[in-house]
Design a protein around this ligand. Structure first.
Ligand code: FA5
Length: 344
């Protein structure tokens, strides 16, 4: 048996010497010292020896095992160190390389136009509010002087949620929400998404408006005109003019449509303004006294003006965009042209 042990030991030491990697050394350990390894099998054979032989052979076996283990440990430490160094140099980061710049997005043109408009009105002392897109019939219509079955409901093709709720067709319900919850003076602009069953090159079923409302003592049509002139000149150019044309909205009296001199041709006449030199941008008027009263504001003491403009319309005029659908397709080649910096 002694010779057998010696043979196995020599084979094991030769195998250790031949192994180069951590994995190979592990395999050697399993082959000789593992559960059914060659040296382990010899240890299991001790039981079959006589009482006299057993202690001596046991000693020889233990010595052989220690020798093999020591050889393995030494080789393993060197192999582990070698492999660690190889990994470190393979994974090394060259800190002198120039960094990769992440691609930054830009603000959507509608967002840019909204921020531009809001900024102009903030400069004139207006505050900003927001309201619900699913709106009650009461605020979307009734408090704006459009009772049930009134023909003016046909002015806006409405998506009904049920008998009492609609997807708001304009931002004007926020006029009623502000007037029923605040005391004058009120000066507020309300940007938001609105919905109508409407679809062609300049109309979309989902679009954006900004509502403006000012309520105070002695507010007149002159205030409306002055405010909108200042807005148009800051939004388009210093020499932009506006004109007011008579119109009809149930919630303003009198009501007007407001045109600006065409930003593309400067008022000379072109394809965008259909040769007229003017482009319509919004609806407005003096808040109907009936609306003030319904909202709990004394119409003998207070008056107000209101306006509502379409953001897409303003962006189309400002950038000369022929089709409203371009705003919603999210084609990066289109969006990249409006290089508005993302605000931090
Ligand atoms: C209104 O919505 C009124 N609430 C505006 C108003 C407010 C008048 C306050 C008086 C006082 P109108 O339906 O005209 O009005 O819409 C206003 C603007 O929204 C239009 O000038 C147009 O620019 C835009 N607009 C209307 N429908 C669409 C649509 N389907 N797609 C894109 N823009 C639209």
């Amino acid at each position: 048996m002694k010779a057998q042990i010696e043979n196995v030991k020599q084979a094991a030491l030769a195998a250790v010497a031949a192994a180069g990697t951590v994995q190979e050394l592990g395999e050697v350990r399993v082959r000789f010292l593992g559960k059914s390894g060659e040296l382990t099998s010899l240890m299991k054979g001790l039981g079959a020896l006589s009482k006299e032989e057993r202690p001596e052979m046991g000693k020889v076996l233990n010595l052989a095992r220690t020798e093999i283990e020591t050889a393995l440990e030494q080789k393993l430490a060197a192999a582990e160190e070698r492999e660690k160094q190889a990994r470190l140099s393979a994974e090394a980061v060259d800190v002198t390389l120039p960094g990769r710049k992440p691609v930054r997005g830009t603000l959507h043109p509608i967002t840019q136009v909204r921020e531009d408009i809001v900024r102009v009105f903030l400069g004139m002392g207006f505050e900003v509010a927001e309201g619900p897109e699913i709106e009650s019939d009461l605020y979307n219509f009734q408090l704006l002087n459009v009772p049930k079955d009134h023909p003016a409901r046909d002015m806006q093709d409405t998506f009904y949620v049920n008998d009492s709720f609609v997807l708001r067709t304009h931002t004007s319900p926020m006029q009623a929400r502000m007037m029923t919850t605040r005391k004058p003076p009120i000066r507020v602009v309300i940007p938001g998404r609105v919905y109508r069953s409407d679809d062609d090159a300049s109309h979309s079923p989902i679009f954006h408006q900004i509502e403006g409302l000012a309520v105070d003592k002695y507010i007149t049509m002159g205030d409306l005109e002055g405010c909108l002139t200042a807005f148009a000149q800051q939004m388009f150019s210093k020499d932009t003019e506006i004109r007011l044309r008579p119109s009809y909205f149930p919630f303003t009296e009198p009501s007007v449509e407001v045109d600006v001199t065409c930003a593309i041709c400067g008022g000379k006449g072109c394809r965008v303004c259909k040769g007229t030199g003017w482009v319509e941008i919004l609806g407005a008027g003096i808040v109907n006294p009936a609306v003030l009263e319904m909202c709990g504001i004394d119409s003998k003491e207070y008056s107000g003006f209101a306006f509502g403009l379409g953001l897409e319309r303003i962006a189309m005029i400002k950038y000369g965009i022929p089709n409203i659908k371009l705003f919603y397709e999210n084609d990066v080649r289109f969006l990249k042209q409006f290089n508005g910096e993302v605000e931090k």
